[in-house]
Write a protein that binds this ligand. Structure first.
Ligand code: DSN
Length: 418
């Protein structure tokens, strides 16, 4: 069958892709878990590798024709091991959730006890939420941030570990703005004889760029997604010590996945190469500077920052001191109209439901990739505050939309299409 001609090309989908590209580059992308990948990462993702089946691992495949794929996957593995100083890497997980589930499958048994951070205090669905397979199949107990400084309370983690004797302790977060030291988790795991997993999905790029402690020397297993601060394609990755390498590989394939997405693996290899460049360390440093400048500017606009600020790429903003009536849901919707994309987020001990929330989560990886620096952060805070203050005035919201587009036009992400 011939390829579609100009006449039969799917203009509907390609038109929508163009529309989405326009949305991304003319608005402020402040979702903490998103980023703009490089054109090279996108080229690898859209390459002929999408045509290939490659169940198995390099030199141990079930199908023929994998000599080149083997080279690509081996390159991805070597690069990511070097980037994080790991003994062993599995680059096949399709996502962070798949990576985490493979770790549980490989290292513990259904019904075993695990400790993780509660979802509503900044953890992840796969860290034992009752609606997720992790919480359904394993006996998770959750720790929380403490009420005074809204930081992880290691005394509580230790108490729970002594009480419940987990087989595994899961460190890692999705909406926790503070640096997370691996050593206290290791000490507690050792005290109770547990394994330790660190999910660095959000902070992988900060670790690679040298601005967050690297948990690899402390954890038995480290998981992450490649598309957040690391700025690669959508996908997951697992790093382990040699002791757990075979169990993890078996849990990924054939345990929980079939054919790997080798186009994504190639794009991961490209992203790992990019993250090894000296410029990437500067990028990571700028993320921290930008986040801190934005947090400061937001507090000057009357918002409260959960835990008082940030030392990562993200902040969680309590909207109540700014406006007691304003919910995260409403804020997300009206900010979308102003071209400012972020997500509603529970704050610790939020009186509102996860569908409504009293907060929003804001991250700077995308705006930092497009070249914005500290000088632009007060502008972003001002646009957010003005939109929320004047949320019932469509003309005022439209005026902010214009200012957002003008700011973004000064920081083009991708070359204009001919
Ligand atoms: N959806 C991701 C995030 O936004 O943090 C976690 O999987």
């Amino acid at each position: 069958m011939p390829w579609p001609s100009e006449k039969t090309r799917d203009n509907e989908v390609f038109g929508l892709i163009d529309k989405e590209r326009e949305r991304q580059v003319t608005g402020l992308q402040l979702i903490a878990s998103e980023n703009f990948t490089s054109p090279d990462v996108m080229e690898a993702t859209g390459s002929v590798l999408t045509n290939k089946y490659a169940e198995g691992y390099p030199q141990k495949r079930y199908y023929g024709g994998n000599a080149v794929v083997d080279e690509i996957e081996a390159l991805a593995i070597e690069r990511v091991k070097k980037l994080f100083g790991a003994d062993h890497a599995n680059v096949q997980p399709h996502s962070g959730a798949s990576a985490n589930m493979a770790v549980y499958l490989g290292l513990i048994k259904p019904g075993d006890t695990v400790l993780g951070l509660s979802l509503d205090h900044g953890g992840h669905l796969t860290h034992g939420s009752p609606v997720n397979a992790s919480g359904i199949l394993y006996n998770f107990h959750s720790f929380r941030v403490n009420d005074t400084d809204e930081r992880i309370d290691f005394d509580q983690v230790r108490e729970l570990a002594i009480k419940h004797k987990p087989k595994l302790i899961v460190a890692g977060t999705t909406s926790y703005p503070r640096r997370l030291e691996p050593q206290p988790f290791r000490a507690i795991a050792d005290e109770v004889g547990a394994l330790m997993m660190f999910d660095i999905a959000h902070i992988a790029g900060l670790v690679a760029g040298g601005v967050h402690p690297n948990p690899v020397p402390y954890a038995d297993v480290v998981t992450f997604t490649t598309h957040k601060t690391l700025r690669g394609p959508r996908g997951g990755c697992i790093l382990t010590t040699s002791a757990h390498a075979a169990a993890i590989d078996k849990a990924v394939f054939p345990g929980s996945q079939g054919g790997p997405l080798e186009h994504a693996v190639a794009a991961k290899a490209v992203a790992f190469h990019e993250a090894m460049q000296p410029e990437f360390a500067l990028y990571a440093q700028q993320i921290i500077k930008n986040a801190s400048a934005l947090a400061e500017a937001l507090s000057q606009q009357g918002f409260r920052l959960v835990s008082g600020g940030t030392d990562t790429h993200m902040m969680v903003v309590d909207l109540r001191p700014f406006d007691a009536e304003l919910t995260g849901k409403e804020a997300q919707l009206v900010l979308d109209e102003a071209g400012i994309t972020l997500n509603k987020n529970n704050i610790p001990n939020d009186p509102r439901s996860p569908f409504v929330t009293s907060g929003v989560r804001i991250g700077v990886p995308s705006v930092t990739t497009q070249g914005m620096r500290e000088a632009e952060m007060p502008l972003i805070a001002e646009y957010i505050a003005t939109t929320l203050r004047k949320r019932n005035d469509p003309a005022a919201v439209a005026e902010v939309r214009g200012k957002v587009a003008a700011l973004c036009a000064k920081f083009p992400v991708y070359p204009k299409r001919a």
